[in-house]
Design a protein around this ligand. Sequence first.
Ligand code: ADP
Length: 355
Amino acid sequence: MTDHRRKKAGAAGENGTSSLQPKPVVTDEEPQFINLRPKSLAEYIGQPEVVETLSIAIEAARQRKEPLDHILFHAPPGLGKTTLAHIIAQEMGVNITVTSGPALEKGGDLLGILTHLEDGDILFIDEIHRLPRVVEEFLYPAMEDFAVDFIFDKGVHARSHRYRLARFVLIGATTRAGLLSAPLRERFGIFRDLDFYSEDELVRIAKRSASLLNIQINTDGAYEIARRSRGTPRIVNRLLKRVRDFAQVRGDGTIRKKTVQEALELEGVDEKGLTMLDRKFLKAIIDFYRGGPAGIEAIAATLQEESDTLVDVVEPYLLKVGFLTRTSAGRKVTEKAYRHFGLPVQQGLFKKPKP
Ligand code: ADP
């Protein structure tokens, strides 16, 4: 939490109105990664189209001395949505307040935050698709007219009060754009998808993080980490730290290809970057549903996992690398996945139906 935000939170606490206390503001969940976040668009690796869209929007808003349009980022976890929100705040020279959809339970929670924002300030709502409906409805006039109508009490005692807000900028992040209601989606001026990162981009991220953390890594080692990171910068950073421990205790401290292979075998991360959960997911479809199609709820029940975790965390990368397909009848494991596991491809299973 920045000093500025701490000051604001304190001020709200003192006025004694519980509905105005901005308690749902959450701090970054991964403080150890804060110093690994790129601080400017120039430092940001990958996503060239998104970076260009943002730099044009930022430059134009700066020239006009106006706040930015509201921005929505859609991507699987760990691809850089939060990082971009912080960079935008940095580049615009404004404060950022961070919260998340599930943390905002009531309209009052949101109001408490909105009334403490100043002109141009950024409100970042992570997992915005999980905002409760009542809170979402508060957001519509806030985003469009920079005002909210707050109703006190119920029935005959009901009173309404219109709060004028500063011209804030909402940045929403979601792993499931499809779950956002159309009225909310339409209120964002800029809507960008982030894609998985290429191997070369992940190598640059691994080398950058290694240098910030003072870790010795050679190019082969960086490539091996990149190949096993499921196209995701957050995983690069996580694996880098695990392999660093291994290199320090079992090796000479430098991360090489072999160190990565040995360390990650212990972690259950295979040469394609699949984790235990990825493999369990694919194996469940193969073993219990003859390769599919199988419905996501049925697979989740078999694995005793939340279907949301499977849809948000597991599936996007398996779809991307072609180990899984999604059909109207359900999820199907591909021939490529059978081969990855060294399993015989069942005769006829992957033949195209005759027209
Ligand atoms: P998300 O909000 O999409 O879940 P984050 O923005 O929290 O993802 O990113 C996860 C981590 O990955 C961050 O801590 C940051 O260090 C790193 N990261 C993300 N994008 C990049 C990038 N383009 N270059 C370097 N590091 C990145």
